[in-house]
Structures are given as C-alpha cells and as structure tokens.
Design a protein around this ligand. Structure first.
Ligand SMILES: C[S@@+](CC[C@H](N)C(=O)[O-])C[C@H]1O[C@@H](n2cnc3c(N)ncnc32)[C@H](O)[C@@H]1O
Length: 327
C-alpha cells in the first residue's frame, strides 16, 4: 500500500472493548433456550466471510446478482436523490455491490467518505485497503464492531447515505429489526438518506434451493458457527457431528437454518460452566432470514422514523431496494 492510501484509512475496533461476558451470556441463553439458538453474527470470522462470498457466487443464490443488477440500474438516481458525499454501510462484508454505489458517487463527483461497518475485523481491513487503491482520494473510516451495540462509533460526517444490503436486515426478528433501524435513524441527521435491501417473499422452492446449494457451501457456512464457538469461547464440539438444515417457515415468512445433531452428544463450554446435552436429531437454530413484502418493509421503516422515498424492484419481484429519508 502506498503512503497516500495509508493516510486515508482509519479503523475503529470497538468490539475489543465489548464486555467479554456479553458474548458468553448470549451464547449461554441461546443454547439453553427453547428452541436452542446461536447468534448468527458468530458465522463471520475470516473463514465465514469467505464462505459467504462464495455463497454469493452460487447459481442457486439469486439474491446477490439480483440486488447487484438493481444497483447497476438505479445507483445514479439513488446517488442524485440522496446528494450524499458519505456512504455508510452496515454489515458491509466484502462490499462488492457497494462499488456500484461508489462508482455512481464518483461519476457525480460526490464521493468523499466511506464507512464500512462489520463484525469481522479482517474483512473491514481488507476492504478498506482495496478501496483506497480503487478510489484515489477516498477517506475510509471503518468500524469493526457489532451494529447492534456500537452504532455510536459511526464517525460524524457530511451528508450521508446509509445502506444495509444483502438481506442482512432479515437476519433479525421483526422487533429487533425495528429497534435496530430506530437506532440507525437516531445516528443519522435530518435529510440523510437510507437504502435498505429486502428479499421479497417468493416461491418457497426457490427460497429453499438458495440455502441448500448443490456444492454444500451453505452447509459449510452453517457449520462454521461451531468453529467460531470453539475458537472464541473454547467450546468442545465437532461440526462434523451435525447436519445442515434450511427450511422455509411459511407462517413467519422466513428461511431458518438449523444444525441437526447426528447423534446423542454434548456441547461443553468450560469457560461458561456450560454443558448442553443434545439428543440425536435435536436442532439448534443458527439463522433467520426473513422475507418481506412492501407493506411489511414500509411499516418497519416508518416505525423506525423514516419517510419512504421510492421502491426499486427487479422484474421477477425477488429483491427490492427501499430508498428512505430521515425527515
Ligand atoms: C448477509 S451478509 C451481507 C454482506 C454484504 N453486505 C452483501 O450484501 O453481500 C451480512 C454481513 O453483516 C455482518 N454482520 C452480521 N451481524 C453483524 C453485527 N451484529 N454487527 C456487524 N456486522 C454484522 C456479517 O459479518 C456480514 O458481512
């Protein structure tokens, strides 16, 4: 990296200042609950982020290419409407689609700052280094943190466009999603714009196929949560003793991913003084991915304090981008 690029990157890592008991408590409560659950942010260490990037390339995973195409079609208009000079992305991951927005901001001569915010520090650092090379003069202030806890670390900026893409909002149950978007709204200034990617309710067969790919990458991603549990909390568990399960819950209009125990076994986490006996076929829920329709998503945005500006939807009605504004 050249010195000009180095001078353009700042990374905050509030996650290291998180109460060390917090994650342990969440894991303990989840594993002892009914149903048993694990928090999906635990998927994303370096390996998990790489597996998610591979998922985005899968033929079954229509979501990424559809959202990408929507951005290609509408990015110039979104950037013009927003007038933003700063892009803040929550759950930025590899920021692949983000480049479409950054390109549009460059064309409009509006690109000054980018704030990638993700729980995986390695990907925040990687993306920041890539982007200062790709966009000369871009100032990057990354945040490696939990967007449910550390939103106040978003730096003060100019006129902002805040984005959440990749169906990330669907990973939160409705009430938590509303609380989260309310907190996002609180961090924004009046007149700032917000772009939310939502995955639409569609044919359950298409949805289930997207999470049960032929190559088994989603299964590896799902089991990665147990590796992270081992690495971060010293859990004694074997990912190979679980099967990947993904099914559509029609009533709650969401895909649920589970890990199903292939045998009677125990997950031990000595540091948490926790021992979780599992029967053969017992399941742990690892992810929710809620699908929305426009009224549901609009309700979420309005309850969080936003005003709807415009919907962008692909011709097959699979993905929408909701452009909203803080009044
Ligand atoms: C579904 S992926 C989407 C990635 C990317 N935005 C895209 O559209 O492809 C979710 C992203 O959110 C991040 N993430 C999940 N939970 C998080 C949390 N609580 N705080 C911050 N980032 C989180 C993950 O690390 C991951 O990069």
């Amino acid at each position: 990296m050249n010195s000009k690029a180095e001078a353009s990157i700042t990374i905050d890592v509030p996650i290291t200042r998180e109460d060390p008991d917090t994650l342990g408590n969440i894991v303990k409560t989840g594993l002892l609950g009914n149903p048993r659950t694990l928090p999906s942010k635990l998927f994303y260490d370096e390996r998990g982020s790489t597996l998610f990037e591979q998922i985005c390339e899968l033929p079954e995973y229509y979501q990424t290419r559809t959202e990408h195409q929507l951005l290609v079609t509408w990015a110039d208009e979104i950037v013009e409407l927003s007038g933003a000079e700063e892009l803040v992305e929550l759950g930025s991951g590899a920021a692949t689609k983000t480049r479409v927005l950054l390109d549009a901001m460059t064309r409009a001569d509006q690109l000054r700052h980018f704030v990638p915010f993700d729980v995986d520090e390695t990907i925040v650092r990687r993306v920041s280094e890539e982007l200062v090379q790709e966009y000369p003069g871009l100032q990057i202030h990354g945040v490696a943190g939990d967007f449910l806890v550390h939103l106040e670390h978003i730096p003060e900026g100019g006129k902002r466009l805040v984005v959440i893409l990749g169906g990330t909002i669907g990973n939160l149950p409705t009430i938590a999603a509303e609380d989260f978007l309310t907190s996002v709204n609180t961090e924004m200034a009046s007149g700032d714009f917000f772009l939310l990617g939502v995955q639409l309710i569609t044919d359950p067969r298409r949805l289930e196929a997207a999470y049960n790919d032929q190559k088994g990458i989603t299964a590896k991603f799902n089991k990665n949560i147990l590796r992270v549990l081992r690495n971060q909390l010293g859990a004694q568990c074997d990912p190979d003793k679980f099967d990947h399960v993904a099914r559509f819950n029609q009533e709650a209009h969401r895909i649920e991913m589970w890990l199903r125990s292939t045998q009677d076994q125990t997950i031990d986490i000595p540091d948490l003084d926790l021992s979780v006996p599992l029967n053969k076929d017992e399941e742990i829920r690892t992810e929710l991915s809620a699908k929305y329709d426009h009224p549901l998503a609009e309700n979420l945005l309005i309850c969080a304090g936003f005003e709807m500006v415009k919907w962008y939807t692909d011709p097959d009605q699979l993905i929408s981008l909701a452009l909203a504004k803080k009044p």
